[in-house]
Each structure stands twice: as C-alpha cells, then as structure tokens.
Design a protein around this ligand. Structure first.
Ligand SMILES: Cc1cc2nc3c(=O)[nH]c(=O)nc-3n(C[C@H](O)[C@H](O)[C@H](O)COP(=O)(O)O)c2cc1C
Length: 477
C-alpha cells in the first residue's frame, strides 16, 4: 500500500536551521536545556568522562539544534548540589583540561554544537556541597536567607542546610567576575562552541537581578539598572576576551513571583531581556522562570498524556504549551534582534511549532523530556515517519508524588521530584536507559542503598589499606 501523504508543516518549522550572530549555525530549533547531571566527584569535580561518555553520546546523536551542558560551578567552595561539575584554579592545566577537551569532543561528536552553562549558586549552596569550611556562610548580594515553609521544623532545617548568607563585599564581586572569566577560558580552550551564563532560578546572578535578594545601595543595587550591573559586567568582560565565533548566551527568569511583589516583576524582567537583546554582545537569550524558593520554576508542573494526547493544529492554532507564554508574548512585542529560547512545558510537536510560527520564540528548550527520552528529537519530534498530530515527547508526570506531600519538611518534599530526574541521568551515565515509570519512593530507596553501598566500599577499602600498611614487612637492616 502506498504511504499516506502526511501534513508535516510543524516538523518543517522545527527542522529549520538558525544562524546566530556569532556565526554559529544551529541545525534545528530544539535545544537540550541545561540540566545538572550530579555525576562529578570530589575532590576536584572535573567532568566525569566515564559516565559523561554515555550520557552526552546519547544527546550528541539525538539531533538537537544545540546542547547546553548542565550548570558548571565557577567556585569550588560553592556547589549547588553534590556532584556538580566545577571549574577550579587548575582546570586549564594538564591533566584537568584533558577531561574538558574529551567532554567537548564527546558532546560535539554528532555534529551538534554545544555550549557550557556557567553558574554560581550564591545563597543556594547547601552545607556539604562545596569545598569550604563547615562554618563558612553562603554569599548573596544582601543577607537575605532562603525561606521555604513556615513551620519551625522547616526553619530549623533551612538554617542547618543553607544558613543565613553574608552580603558580598565589592572585592568578592570582583572575584566572582574573575572566576567567570577563568571559567569561560576553560570552556573555550576545551573546544566548546560557547558558554551560557545562568541568570535564572534564584542562583547568584539572578539574586543580583531580583529586588528580593538584592537590597544593596551601591553600584550593584538600588535601581533596576544597577541590579543588572554584575550581569552587564560579565557579558562585557567575557565578550571582549572572546569575540565571535564564540557563542554567548544568557538564561534569565521571566519573573520570580515572590509574595507581595517583592521579587523580580515582569516589567523589570523584560528590561533585562531588552538589554541583552540589544547590547550587540549576546547570541541568544533563554527565558525560563521561578526559583526553588517559590516552586514556580515549572519543574513542579507537568503535562500528562491525558491533557495533551492530541494537539491537532487545525483545531487549535494557538496551543500555548509553554509555562512562560505571557512573558514571552510581551518579549515578542519588543522584536528582539537576538533569538529567544523558551524553556518549560513543551511536549507536542505542534505546540513547539506554534510557539515559533506565532513569533513567541525562535528556539524551543527541552529539559525533562531530554532525560526521559534523550533521543526524542530524532526519534519523535523531528521524525518524519510520525504525523504532526501524533508527535509528543514523553509525559513529565512523576509517579509517587504522594511521598512529597507526606514529608514533614517542605525543603525535602519540594526537592523529591527533581531527584527522579537526577536518578535517571545517573542511569543514562551508567549506560542504562531512563526508567520513566519508576516512582519517587523507589528512586529514594535505590539512591539510599547506592549511598550506603558506596560508603561501605569506601570504609572497607580504607580498612584494607590500613591493614596492608600495618602488615607491611619490616625492613631488615
Ligand atoms: C534534573 C534537572 C536539572 C536542571 N538543572 C538545570 C541547570 O543546571 N541549569 C538550568 O539553567 N536549568 C536547569 N534545570 C531547568 C531546565 O533547564 C528547564 O528550564 C526546566 O526543566 C523546564 O523545562 P522542561 O519543562 O522541558 O523540563 C534543570 C531541570 C531538571 C529537571
């Protein structure tokens, strides 16, 4: 039987190359979002090539238009979770730089460009995540502790885990600029196509951009213009040291929706996008939203098969899947000369194509689906064997969310669903497939057993080492 003709307007839209101002051509519009892999190991947290070879090879062969790595910390004292990759003072030297070069070549092996996301968690660095003395406080533009949950137990746990940050001195701000510049040099030397600055989700740069965490009255705070000063300084410094063809992107929050209008509001967020779009130094802006403190980053939202099983174009020409559509519509009105990447909530091919065709954005970020189905661009979204109306990335629904509701501490409950994605990235790192049907309780159980097993192995090997030291034959004179 002759194959049926298919209406593939949506795949045509997504499978269109885009040339950035730096000269880099993205082969299509699907971007693998930055997602921290939690696979690097102490003491130096260099790129763990044994596991990254499996994980990044999957993404490299998946036919994305661009791969953005998980966030890489620029300051080894402050990680956002244990297992973050870090750029440290020796990363430019052998043998450390070799791991960076291997990572770049693995990620780019399929012909897809790859940029490294650079980050600093600021006040979001838990105790134990980072090589720092136990009593060293985290840093923030102003001394504003994270608030998560109202019970005394929540407050106690937060105090133990994150504590009260110290307001940064001007010298510390200068030091952060130097750390980001050093990190950009490492990414460039390693052979990556560029870098992306993480200015979203409540991390340090976003702490400077938000009036909630930035109450400074010096050159770095007090007005919307001054709250942007650190980001502007970084963009200018990095661009002047690395002109095109190095690609420079920035990830921003659309807003952080704090109570009583204290946080970053949409108008200020739009001005931040406007500056980045018109400064002539940035190649793309990724728009996301929220932060861990208010649970609006989109990771707590999901679309299941029920709601999205069919998204036929002819029935709804404005599908609007993205979590941050309203902000993107306002950004659209400013006719940004640089491409906007919209991340959060996309699942259907038609929904993604609609966002581009209506001018909402030029690039589509895929996060959780890149973990659950790492090769979904090649296998589903850009697969011309699948009709537009039938092409969906996998549901983001995580089983066993009831456990989060049972947790007495909000700080624990709200971080459980992200553990599911970390766990699946670690599976991919081991060369296994993701297990999208695994429930949160099972993830927690397996991770606990793994930690115990690793702890036991370390302890046993220490005992054995000490035995061999004590039994070493005495030298006979
Ligand atoms: C496990 C996990 C880790 C993430 N790590 C990062 C990160 O390192 N940097 C970042 O900017 N966003 C990070 N994000 C957010 C994603 O980049 C993306 O904005 C978010 O998942 C929304 O897209 P989605 O609805 O397609 O998942 C992470 C998300 C997940 C699920």
């Amino acid at each position: 039987m002759a194959p049926q003709p298919r209406e593939l307007a949506s795949v045509d839209t997504l499978d269109t190359p885009l040339k950035l101002a730096c000269g880099l051509t993205l082969p299509n519009r699907l971007i693998k979002c930055p997602m921290q892999e939690t696979l690097a190991k102490a003491p130096t947290y260099d790129p763990p090539i044994d596991t990254f070879a499996n994980l990044y090879t999957k993404w490299a062969r998946a036919n994305y238009g661009l791969i953005i790595t998980g966030q890489v910390q620029v300051d080894i004292r402050f990680l956002s979770v244990l297992g973050d990759v870090v750029i440290h003072e020796h990363s430019l030297e052998a043998p450390y730089i070799d791991a960076w070069k291997r990572w770049a070549s693995i990620s780019k092996a399929g012909g897809t460009p790859c940029v490294v996301q650079l980050a600093h968690p600021g006040r979001m660095s838990p105790t134990g995540a980072g090589v720092r003395p136990a009593d060293m406080p985290t840093m923030c533009p102003s001394s504003i502790p994270v608030k998560l949950g109202d019970t005394w137990l929540d407050k106690l746990a937060l105090d133990k885990v994150l504590g009260t940050p110290r307001a940064m001195t001007l010298e510390e701000i200068d030091n952060v600029v130097e750390l980001f510049k050093h990190a950009a040099r490492v990414a460039h030397t390693a052979g990556f196509d560029g870098i992306q600055l993480h200015g979203a989700h409540g991390f340090l740069l976003s702490q400077f951009l938000s009036p909630h965490t930035n109450r400074r009255t010096d050159d770095y705070g007090g007005t919307p213009e001054k709250r942007m000063a650190l980001l502007k300084r970084l963009v200018t410094a990095i661009r002047s040291e690395h002109p095109a063809p190095l690609c420079l992107g920035v990830k921003l929050n659309s807003a952080d929706y704090m109570d009583a209008g204290q946080g970053l509001q949409q108008d200020e967020g739009l001005e931040q996008v406007r500056w980045l779009a018109t400064c002539g130094m940035v190649d793309f802006v990724e728009v996301s939203g929220g932060n861990a403190e208010n649970k609006t980053s989109g990771l707590h939202q999901s679309f299941g098969r029920k709601t999205l099983d069919r998204a036929p174009k002819e029935e709804s020409t404005r599908i609007r899947e993205s979590f941050f559509t309203e902000f993107a519509e306002k950004a659209q009105a400013m006719q940004s000369p640089v491409p906007i990447q919209l991340s959060g909530g996309f699942r259907s091919r038609n929904g993604m194509a609609d966002a581009i065709e209506s001018g909402l954005c030029q690039l589509i970020g895929l996060g959780r689906s890149a973990v659950l189905e790492p090769e979904s661009p090649r296998e589903i979204i850009l697969n011309r064997e699948i009709a537009d109306d039938d092409a969906f990335a996998r549901s983001h629904i995580v089983r066993g969310q009831w456990l989060a509701k049972l947790m007495p501490l909000q700080i624990l409950g709200s971080s459980l669903s992200i553990q599911f994605f970390y766990h699946n990235m670690r599976r991919l790192g081991k060369g296994l497939a993701s297990d999208p049907d695994m429930s949160i309780p099972k993830v927690i159980l397996m991770d606990t057993l793994e930690t115990l097993r690793a702890g036991l192995t370390t302890t046993l090997s220490r005992i054995l080492q000490s035995l061999s030291v004590y039994r070493r034959p005495q030298k006979i004179e």
